[in-house]
Write a protein that binds this ligand. Structure first.
Ligand SMILES: [Zn+2]
Length: 160
């Protein structure tokens, strides 16, 4: 399942990437181009434009009604009944959307703060922007919310 977020949903796009979902972020204002891109790449369109889904009943469009990015993320997870898994967390660059690769530990030396290098065992790198990631490098408010989502999801699953 792949997504395309419109220009109002940049933070939601990052949240979905954090969960491991392939999510493009379209910064432009051209709605025709937005729809075209979604069709061409078979992506579910995420928008806050409430008229779009009504005008385009044949396209897969999710209208986001929540304001805060973490609630928006929850909204997508619920509406699309996304499966969440810790194994998918931190597998994608938050900026480029590219899958990140594990790298030998030595290659991270000097490129991350020293204390991080000594603390962490595993490092990953984005092949496009070369940004280096490690467990916890995504530490943000959104990260906390993502963890909460996964915990709740596990709880729900254990109850079924
Ligand atoms: Zn990147």
């Amino acid at each position: 399942m792949k997504f395309l977020a419109d220009r109002t949903l940049g933070k939601l796009a990052k949240g979905l990437r954090m969960l491991g979902y392939d999510t493009l972020y379209y910064r432009g204002e051209d709605i025709h181009q937005l729809i075209h891109l979604a069709r061409q790449e078979d992506r579910i369109l995420l928008t806050r434009n409430t008229k779009l889904a009504l005008r385009r009943p044949k396209d897969r469009i999710i209208t986001i009604t929540e304001d805060s990015p973490s609630r928006q993320l929850k909204e997508v997870v619920q509406k699309e009944t996304l499966s969440l898994g810790e194994e998918k967390l931190y597998t994608r660059c938050l900026l480029c959307n590219d899958p990140i690769d594990a790298i030998p530990r030595e290659e991270a030396e000097g490129k991350v703060p020293d204390f991080i290098f000594h603390q962490q065992k595993d490092f990953f790198r984005c092949p496009r922007c070369e940004r280096i990631y490690w467990q916890g490098s995504h530490l943000t408010h959104m990260n906390e919310k993502v963890k909460e989502l996964i915990e709740n999801f596990k709880y729900l699953k254990s109850k079924i």
